[in-house]
Design a protein around this ligand. Structure first.
Ligand SMILES: *Cc1c(COP(=O)(O)O)cnc(C)c1O
Length: 357
């Protein structure tokens, strides 16, 4: 089979070495003679995977001792609820930057008082709100750093007068983060950290225990910290793949190295979108994401949309259809996507332009 260039938004492309090592472990986990998906999570070799995975998170993101990382089931969506359960006492503030930010906000509103501090809904979330003031009486302020559907990104760690909580599902492990600025960073693994089926939380330990509500034990972050992510049976398979993905990330030079590659990929693709007469980007330039590149057909060229998708397919390019709420195209260029993949897309756009001159 010919090599495909995969731009899926998530679950997405993972590094080939992580997939290959997982296939081996599925046949025989660490020479035990038992498949990875048949071992007990109390097997001795499993502790080592958990320890290694935790250590890699800490090393790659430079997580300080004040924080702990845990692995959970339920995805980022379950963590929308964890956030409200563990942190909402009187009032929470949310930055409305799209569908995911809204879903997080709704979970908090169902549990207590939550306010929308600022929104970019007026222009279909094509920018990141600026110049807003964060009220100082909030229990926390919640942001979504990368807006996977719209291709906007908050690429700096903002200053915040109250505990800062961030959904980093689609840009964790892609840039350096000052973890000490956050009470909580969370997300699903399936964009940059691994396959679907596991979520992560990087938690400032001292930020917990401040609410008076009864927290169901499974939704209490403290239990997952205390039990080292084995409060109940952990999702063994996705954690294994996540560990292999982090090992790959370390082998290619870690966060600084991958960030440089990611910026180069994104700049080359945006440059083509801006140059090519058939396409226009949808996010404002200053807020463009380096992970999800969203674009549409230029004015008057809308009728060519389906034809371009077909043409791209013929060039082995898959996964570039935009989210249904935005339309057009979205190329997700996560860590495992290479410059070669991006170059193939750029060449395809150039060829398509020539065909329509
Ligand atoms: C994909 C995504 C989610 C949803 O993650 P699930 O693990 O499917 O719940 C939430 N937030 C952002 C920013 C995402 O990209």
């Amino acid at each position: 089979m010919e090599k495909l260039h995969i731009f899926n938004a998530g679950p997405c492309l993972l590094p080939q070495v992580a997939i290959d090592n997982t296939i081996e472990a599925l046949k025989d986990f660490k020479g035990t003679g038992v498949s990875l998906i048949s071992i007990s999570h109390r097997t001795k070799g499993w502790d080592e995977v958990m320890d290694e995975c935790r250590a890699l998170w800490k090393e790659l993101l430079n997580i300080p001792d004040t924080h702990e990382v845990v692995f959970l089931g339920g995805g980022a969506t379950m963590e929308f609820l964890y956030v409200a359960m563990n942190y909402l006492e009187k009032k929470a503030g949310y930055l409305d930057t799209g569908v995911w930010a809204n879903k997080a906000y709704k979970e908090a509103k169902a549990l207590g008082d939550a306010i929308c501090v600022a929104s970019s809904k007026d222009k279909n979330y094509s920018y990141i709100p600026k110049g807003y003031e964060i009220p100082t009486d909030l229990d926390y302020f919640h942001i979504t750093t990368n807006n996977t559907i719209y291709g906007t990104e908050i690429r700096e760690d903002i200053d915040c007068p109250v505990p800062l909580i961030a959904d980093m599902s689609s840009d964790i492990l892609t840039r350096k983060v000052d973890v000490s600025k956050y009470a909580l960073i969370y997300g699903g693994a399936q964009k940059n950290a691994g396959p679907a089926g596991v979520a992560f939380a990087i938690i400032e330990k001292a930020s917990l225990g401040k609410v008076t509500r009864h927290i169901p034990s499974m939704l209490d972050y403290r239990n997952h910290i205390d039990k080292l992510s084995m409060f109940n049976t952990p999702p063994v398979f996705p954690i294994f793949v996540m560990n292999e993905t982090l090992k790959w990330l370390k082998s290619v030079g870690g966060i600084d190295a991958i960030h440089d590659i990611n910026v180069a990929k994104a700049e080359s693709l945006y440059a083509e979108i801006d140059r090519n007469s058939l396409f226009v980007g949808t996010a404002v330039k200053e807020d463009r994401s380096i992970m999800n590149v969203c674009f549409v057909m230029a004015e008057g060229k809308e009728a060519l949309q389906d034809e371009f998708l077909e043409f791209a397919k013929s060039r082995n390019i898959v996964g570039i259809k935009g989210h249904r709420s935005v339309g057009g195209f979205r190329a997700s260029i996560y860590n495992a996507c290479t410059q070669e993949d991006v170059d193939a897309l750029i060449a395809c756009m150039q060829e398509f332009e020539k065909m329509h001159q």
